[in-house]
Design a protein around this ligand. Structure first.
Ligand code: SF4
Ligand code: SF4
Length: 286
């Protein structure tokens, strides 16, 4: 490594990506969206940090720790709705910090360009594996009316591209989408070697996402009744809202968004034990 590269690496390792800083700064103005920006009948989210939306649950990966796939034979199918329908609900919501767009792989949702380009004054975080066959749509996403961050995940076990090809694809993401790279840290693979391979190609890893052990995903019967404040309300592809992903993936206690009451209080749940990996650390009173 030459000296210039070492200096760049030294600072890059310690500084967040410019794209992350840009999103963070802009998010101060867009966060906790104001009621005055609402289009239509307002829906108050009572100061929630985020809302999770799943325009689809189809994915191009097959991670062994995936909650979506863990009980895949038991998982229900979801219908999906158009971007116009999504936007008509999301642009009515206010008093929450940001929208997380999850999946599955959100770029497989056929109306993703329209969805992102018509959301109004939102902070948006989109989680993607950057499927190669969908990269061509990125140039159509301008997202001019909102603040967007593309959180790209690299899955060392499941990714079909080698790191060189992945880096080439990563560099095709337009700058205004504020991309940053997350690597899934799994025990089977040496992170040190992966990091070196990315750095060599001028791509820096923003976050190392440690996986939660598979054991943690397993359903723990008998279920207990608890009061839960998961802050993980998620909206399924058919616009049904659930308290958390664990319940959504089993279609338990969902209500259509037109009937759902968002709250920032503890809610009764009879299914403690189904909690997903993302929700398992939340505020639960036994
Ligand atoms: S990328 Fe995410 S949704 Fe897809 S299989 Fe892996 S953990 Fe599941
Ligand atoms: S399944 Fe777990 S995380 Fe989900 S609402 Fe019930 S207690 Fe909360």
């Amino acid at each position: 490594m030459n000296l210039g590269f070492r200096i760049k690496f030294y600072f890059k390792k310690r500084m967040p990506e410019l794209s992350v800083l840009k999103w963070d700064i802009k998010s101060i103005f867009y966060g906790y969206r104001k009621k005055k920006h609402v289009i239509g009948e307002p829906i108050n989210l009572h100061g929630k940090q985020h809302i999770h939306i799943y325009p689809n649950i189809i994915c191009n990966m097959n991670c062994y720790f995936c909650q979506n796939k863990f009980y895949v034979d038991k998982l229900p199918k979801f219908d999906w709705v158009s971007a116009v329908e999504w936007v008509s609900w999301l642009n009515r919501m206010y008093n929450f910090h940001h929208i997380d767009i999850n999946g599955g792989e959100p770029l497989y949702y056929g109306h993703i360009v329209q969805l992102l380009n018509t959301l109004y004054k939102h902070n948006i975080v989109l989680y993607t594996n950057l499927p190669k066959e969908r990269i061509h749509i990125l140039k159509e996403i301008h997202c001019k009316m909102s603040n967007i961050a593309f959180n790209v995940s690299y899955h060392p076990l499941d990714e079909k591209r080698d790191i060189a090809e992945f880096c080439e694809d990563y560099k095709k993401i337009p700058k205004h989408l504020n991309p940053s790279l997350h690597v899934i840290n799994i025990p089977e693979i040496s992170y040190k070697n992966i990091r070196a391979a990315f750095v060599k190609r001028g791509v820096f890893i923003e976050v190392l996402d440690a996986i939660i052990p598979t054991e943690y995903n397993k359903i723990k019967e008998n279920f207990k009744t608890v009061m839960c404040k998961s802050d993980m309300d998620c909206i399924a592809p058919d616009l049904t809202v659930y308290l958390c992903t664990g319940l959504m993936l089993r279609k338990i206690n969902g209500k259509h968004i037109s009937e759902y009451k968002f709250s920032n209080q503890h809610e009764l749940c009879n299914y403690y034990g189904l909690c997903g990996i993302c929700t398992s650390q939340r505020d639960i009173k036994l």
